[in-house]
Each structure stands twice: as C-alpha cells, then as structure tokens.
Design a binder for this molecule. Sequence first.
Ligand SMILES: NC(=O)c1ccc[n+]([C@@H]2O[C@H](COP(=O)([O-])OP(=O)(O)OC[C@H]3O[C@@H](n4cnc5c(N)ncnc54)[C@H](O)[C@@H]3O)[C@@H](O)[C@H]2O)c1
Length: 392
Amino acid sequence: MVNGEKMIPRPLRWAMIGGGRLSQVGYKHRSGALRDNTAYRLVAGAFDIDAERGRDFGVNLGLDPSRCYNDYKQLIHAESQRDDGVEVVTVATPNGTHYEITRAALEAGLHVICEKPLVFTSAQAQEIKALAEEKKRIVGVTYGFSGHPLLMQMRAMIARGDIGEVRMVELQYTHGFSANAGAEKSSDAAKWRVDPKISGPSFVLGDISTHTYYISQLVLPQLRLKELLCDRQSFIPSRAPLEDNALVLMHYHGGAVGRMWASAVNTGSMDSQSIRVIGSKASLEWGDYNPGELKYQIQGQPYQVMHHGMPYLDESALEYERLGALHTEGLAESWANIYLQCAIAINAKQTGDTVTLKKLIYPDINAGLEGVRWIENCVRSANNGSSWVNFE
Ligand SMILES: NC(=O)c1ccc[n+]([C@@H]2O[C@H](COP(=O)([O-])OP(=O)(O)OC[C@H]3O[C@@H](n4cnc5c(N)ncnc54)[C@H](O)[C@@H]3O)[C@@H](O)[C@H]2O)c1
C-alpha cells in the first residue's frame, strides 16, 4: 500500500510548462505529483501562454517569482544555469507544442512527463525516444486512469490465465460534451481540439481513445495489434476532417479481435471509459465511472465484483492501493501512482539501476509512441475509405 513514505532518496526538483490557471488538466498534474510530499517538489514553471498570468499563477502556488518564467525556452535556459535547477518538467500544453518542448527539455538533459498524445507522428515519437535514450532520460505519458490498482489486478488475472484464452477486447471512451457545434465556443480547450494545426490529425482518437488504448496494452501486454479498420465521422461538419466520433475494429496477432468506440458526441452520456476483456473461461470488465469495482464473470456462475483494497487482490494491485477498501478511490490516486512510478523511474535512471527500470510498469516513451501509432493507423484507415490497414 502506498502511504506517502519516500520511495526515492529525495523529492525531484520539478517544473510545469502549461497547466496554468485556466487549463483543464494542470491541477491533475499537481495533485498527482504532489500527493506524496516525498516524490516531487514544484520549484519552477512557465504555466501559461500569457506570461503575466502565468507568473501571477505561479506566485499564487507559492513559487519563487524569479522561477516563474515567460516561456519554456527561458525556463530551460535559466534552470540549466542553476546548481539546484529542475530535473524534470511536465508538458501540459496543447498537443501541437509537445514535440518542440519535449525535445528542447531532453536536449537540456531534463526528464519529461508529457501529456497525450505525445506528438503528431510516430516518426517524431521515434525521434523523441532515440533522444531520450541518448540523453539517458525518462519520458512518461499521463494516461490518467492507468495508475488504478484494479487495472493491475486485471493484468495479473489475465496473465495467470483466470479468464482463459483472450478472444475479444471491447474498449470505449465516450462523452457528450461536444454534441453541439456551440461546444467550440465554450472554451479555448474545446476550440483548439478541433483545429488540426494544434490538435493534430485527429480529435477524439487522440484526445480520448489513446487513454483506453494504453489501458488495453497495460492489461494485455502480450497482445499485439495486427491490423485495424477505422470509420470516423464529423457529426458537426465544421470539425471535418477531424472526427467527433470513431469506430475501430481490430485484429490482433494470434486471432483475438477487438473494437474501440471513441466519441465526443455520445449525447447525455457520463459513462466515460471502459474495458471488457472476454476470454474462453471468463470475462473481466472495468470502467472509470465506478473505478473501485472490477467485474469478474465466469461462464455458468453468478458473477463476482472485486473491490479495491481487499486482501484477495493480487499483490501488484495492493501495491498501488492508497486509501484502503470502503474509501472511495479514483482518478486522483491513479494520477499520483503514475507520477510516483515516473519518479522511481527517473531516480533509477539517475543511479543506473537497470533492474528497477525493467520492472516498472507505467506509461513510458513506448506508450507515448504507441498512442501516436494508434492515431496514425486509425486516420490512415479512415482516410482510405475505412479499409483494413496493417498496424504499422
Ligand atoms: N491526461 C488527461 O487526462 C488529460 C485531460 C485533459 C487534457 N489533456 C491533455 O493536456 C494538454 C493540455 O490540455 P488542456 O485541456 O489542459 O488545455 P487548455 O487549453 O485547457 O490549457 C492549456 C494550458 O497551457 C497553457 N499554454 C498554452 N501554450 C503554452 C505554451 N506554449 N507555453 C506555456 N503554456 C502554454 C495555456 O495558457 C493553458 O494554461 C493537451 O495535450 C491535452 O490533450 C490530458
């Protein structure tokens, strides 16, 4: 069980780029990273596209005003001159800036925790991966719910054969917040998501389905995608070519099949994200709308619900537990686990501890690259008359 005690010798000196006062995701990074007072210390930031507002925000977070910078270039330069400069930066800016900021941070020898989708193309992601390897630095990607203990339970149960041979994988990440064209006027965040220059080659595929795609890789590390067929729509025509709805069929190596439904126009839905893995003996199902429960359904038997924090869970799930059974658990704990695993990875990289690095399970650079490959292949299939394409 995680209880906040230190897992690395001292907190990492940490800065944020983006994630300012009006951002959707900034607070989740801070609450994830700082939940355990022992893993990170927020010491600097370039929080906002508006430098003044960013500085004011940083000061209100309690930072030294001289370490609240106008932009990421100034931050990287000034911090690299200090003996106590930052060691790791989070990139929580809109998608179109991830590549240049992550690249610049790695070039300066910083570890990076970046938002999804990591970059626009898999060629860029490969370049970032090679640079991280060359600089001996960690890149983590914040697929928010992927640090949930019950996903570790799912992984352990599938690995030990509890559901038999995997036959089908059913993935969904949908909401209805963009059901109307007016959504784009509600905030900057809604506006840039449908602008290909900032969002990239997709809207919902990159914005939400990458989360669930990573979760499927987390619980099914042995399953590799062979080919996919993506059918995408822009129900609000002004969003074209970016999709607000996508249906993807998947064939895995070895015969298993899957499907993903990603949508921002699932009107009225508040269900969000779910994964169901169907095996020859039983099925497992988890959704982030009720994250403390994992459904285990054995054919011919009454179905079971496994609760987070209970002693019957696998050791790997209990290691991620933060609150204990009966205490409502969810997204904040998952983010904190992702940040903690990233801190342990950064510390292991700094000390050359390859054994720990091999053992750790968290959304790393490969997970970032995979997310970008997923978007690329889906867009290629959709643009090719929704035909089957080999997963490249
Ligand atoms: N992991 C998740 O669950 C999750 C949730 C929401 C968003 N996201 C991702 O997080 C990123 C940001 O999304 P958002 O919804 O918070 O966007 P947003 O538009 O709400 O906020 C972006 C923030 O970054 C700042 N910013 C923009 N350009 C900047 C720059 N060049 N330098 C410094 N600051 C800059 C803005 O001022 C703002 O504070 C996106 O990549 C998005 O896909 C992830």
